[in-house]
Design a protein around this ligand. Structure first.
Ligand code: 13P
Ligand code: SF4
Length: 315
């Protein structure tokens, strides 16, 4: 009678985290998680970072045969494009960035016809088929450097209109937004009035903002940068209190890396539902059943790879 439960209990007593670690070893897999992922996912990941760091990490992990990419579709696609010989798995097929879907191949082709000599810079928050049409990609961490490096004063830039506006301010170049009104639904919800109320409560706080936010948020910011640049700024700063203008998931990393500092979200409901879809159980199933494999047609992947690699050549 004691024997049967032993076998069953072996399966149930081992908690999910242990099972994930075991499967990871068996499959020679690594888990990469974006800074917006649920706290429990960030804690079990091998590496947490912003979009450029995660792409770099995926490229440098020579021993891994499989990459579990806990984020949204376009990030896993980039990892797959940059690592054609590796299995890249997106644990939740429905984790899709709505901003990436705001730009279509047709829109890019029409813009290229209208502005034949103007280079196309695409934010990595785009689908692979769009990256294949770009001259070069960028992330929020390097968009200013990428645009500065181009020998052109006018640039087609998509899909985030706010990032385009920010880069234009920083570089003095003319950025034509592609489409005219692409945006991140989560970052659009931040408002400077709410930051002003928090500033009255915490006058010494520094305001850290992602460039996907609107201009009114950028104007009130002490620092504007990608998710990981926000983390580095908070870590290196002597200030103890911060008001954060980006998705809620980042608070976990900020708090973990800076236990003696305090972070307030500039807007309480700043949640990207797609970034929050993945749970530890999805990671487990992804490893176990090897799903969902990112499979981009070779011709598209090859062209998109060129746009991504040009970005890495810049910095
Ligand atoms: P980061 O590259 O700054 O992490 O941003 C990705 C993103 O989707 C922001 O909404
Ligand atoms: Fe896309 Fe915005 Fe979510 Fe980032 S936060 S993945 S840009 S919807």
């Amino acid at each position: 009678m004691l024997f049967i439960p032993t076998l069953i209990s072996l399966g149930t007593s081992m908690d999910l985290a242990q099972k994930i670690q075991q499967l990871k070893k068996e499959k020679k897999a690594i888990i990469l998680a974006h800074n917006y992922q649920r706290p429990e996912i960030q804690d079990l990941a091998d590496y947490t970072g912003d979009s450029i760091e995660l792409s770099r990490k995926a490229m440098n992990e020579k021993d891994a045969e499989c990459i579990i990419f806990s984020a949204v579709d376009f990030m896993a696609e980039s990892a797959s494009i940059l690592n054609p010989t590796k299995k890249v798995l997106l644990p939740r097929k429905d984790a899709k960035c709505p901003m990436a879907k705001m730009l279509t191949v047709n829109q890019i082709r029409q813009a290229k016809t209208k502005y034949p000599k103007v280079p196309v810079v695409l934010y990595v928050n785009t689908l692979a088929v769009c990256k294949a049409e770009a001259d070069i990609c960028c992330t929020s961490a390097n968009a200013v450097e990428v645009v500065n490096a181009l020998d052109a004063d006018t640039i087609l830039f998509g899909p985030d209109k706010n990032l385009a506006e920010y880069v234009a301010e920083k570089t003095g170049k003319t950025l034509i937004p592609l489409p005219s009104d692409g945006y991140c639904p989560t970052h659009l919800r931040f408002q400077s009035d709410e930051v002003k109320v928090l500033k009255m409560q915490y006058p010494n706080a520094k305001v850290l903002v992602h460039p996907e936010c609107t201009k009114e948020m950028r104007l009130i910011a002490d620092f504007i940068g990608s998710t990981s640049k926000i983390c580095s700024y908070a870590k290196e700063s002597n200030i103890k209190t911060f008001i954060v203008g980006t998705e809620s998931g980042i608070l976990h990393r900020l708090q973990k890396e800076n236990p003696a500092k305090t972070f307030y979200l500039a807007f309480e409901n700043a949640v990207c539902p797609n970034m929050k879809r993945t749970t530890p159980k999805d990671i487990y199933l992804s490893l176990k059943e090897e799903k969902h494999l990112i499979d981009i047609p070779k011709a598209t992947a090859k062209k998109a790879q060129i746009s991504l690699e040009r970005m890495f050549e810049i910095g």
